[in-house]
Write a protein that binds this ligand. Structure first.
Ligand code: MLT
Length: 324
């Protein structure tokens, strides 16, 4: 009898599939941001969610679940009910670098999520407290190398973008700073502005306002070209460290098993947000690099995550950071 009832309930669920998606969403959606409020991932999530909520007709509520370089919130999402009402904003750290830095990671970025879509590329800048005694990148690197662990580097936890991208910088430049972890680069930036820490590698969307306000120093941006949002900040190539080329990205994911009709509906709302003039303006003003139409599909993100995990694993292992 039980077997028959189970079979009937599964059949009913499949039969309701399209109807379920048609009804979706019929209550608010939770978007987990795996870092503290006010940081780049949080800011990008809130800008995208603001427009998506209008398209979907339901509020997307941001829930900040910080810790362990973003892997706490990512694990929470991977283990949530795949009904479309829990999604997350991940990034190059949580869905690219983390597997190489956490041998016992409780999720596989390539298997435990359904890709919704890419939201924003985020160039990385090398920034320091405004009183740091170096006028340019060359002087900064010389001073940081000479002072060793007397220099404090802020980041958002092992495996975060800020941690991973400074790992690369430290390996290339021979720096051995004291690392100061935070629950996100939002709070880390507060301490950089107040001079409690010396430097950070962070995503441009977190930095534009503080750089323009003269509250922190920006030594270089690690992209081939300068950013239109920060035209006065030299590239690492111009500043004498051409080999330091790194950019991060932020993208939306749902837990594995979330019905395709539902993730397609979320992708559609995201694509509409990325086409919305006001949403584009808010992201571009912060220095984000927006994906082209081909880069906005679910398949494009799924393929990209596999490439990022494959790219970062050898880089991180070569840096000797694993197991630190
Ligand atoms: C944040 O939102 O705090 C950052 O994305 C953290 C990081 O990955 O550096």
């Amino acid at each position: 009898m039980r077997t028959i009832l189970t079979a009937l309930s599964v059949a009913a669920a499949f039969a309701a599939g399209p109807a379920m998606a048609q009804a979706y969403p019929n209550k608010p959606i939770t978007m987990i941001v795996p870092f503290a409020a006010g940081g780049p991932t949080d800011v990008i999530a809130r800008i995208a969610a603001d427009n998506m909520s209008k398209t979907l007709g339901q509020q997307i509520v941001i829930e900040n679940v910080a810790g362990a370089g973003g892997t706490t919130g990512s694990t929470r999402t991977a283990q949530s009910v795949p009904d479309g009402y829990t999604i997350m904003m991940g990034h190059m750290g949580t869905h690219g670098a983390a597997p190489a830095l956490y041998p016992n990671l409780k999720y596989d970025p390539t298997k435990d999520f359904e890709p919704i879509g890419m939201v924003a590329g985020t160039p990385i800048l090398i920034v320091a407290k405004k009183t740091f005694p170096a006028k340019d990148l060359k002087e900064f690197l010389a001073k940081a190398k000479a002072d060793g662990d007397k220099i404090n580097e802020a980041h958002a936890g092992i495996g975060s973008v800020s941690h991973t991208t400074c790992l690369l910088l430290n390996a290339q430049a021979g720096l051995k700073p004291t690392q100061v972890p935070y629950k996100g680069t939002g709070p880390a930036l507060n301490d950089l502005v107040s001079g409690q820490v010396d430097f950070m590698c962070d995503q441009i969307v977190n930095l534009v306002e503080q750089i323009k306000g003269g509250n922190i120093k920006a030594y270089a941006i690690a992209t081939p070209e300068r950013s239109p949002a920060l035209p006065d900040v030299p590239t690492t190539k111009e500043a004498g460290l051409p080999e330091y080329q790194v950019s991060a990205w932020n993208a939306m994911f749902a837990p594995k098993g979330t019905p395709k009709d539902i993730t397609a509906k979320l992708n559609d709302a995201l694509q509409k947000a990325l086409a919305d003039e006001n949403t584009r303006k808010r992201l571009l003003e912060l220095g984000a690099v927006l994906p082209d139409k081909a880069g906005q599909t679910q398949d494009a993100l799924g393929t990209f995550v596999g490439q990022e995990v494959a790219r970062w694993t050898p880089v991180i292992k070569a840096s000797g950071a694993v197991g630190q």
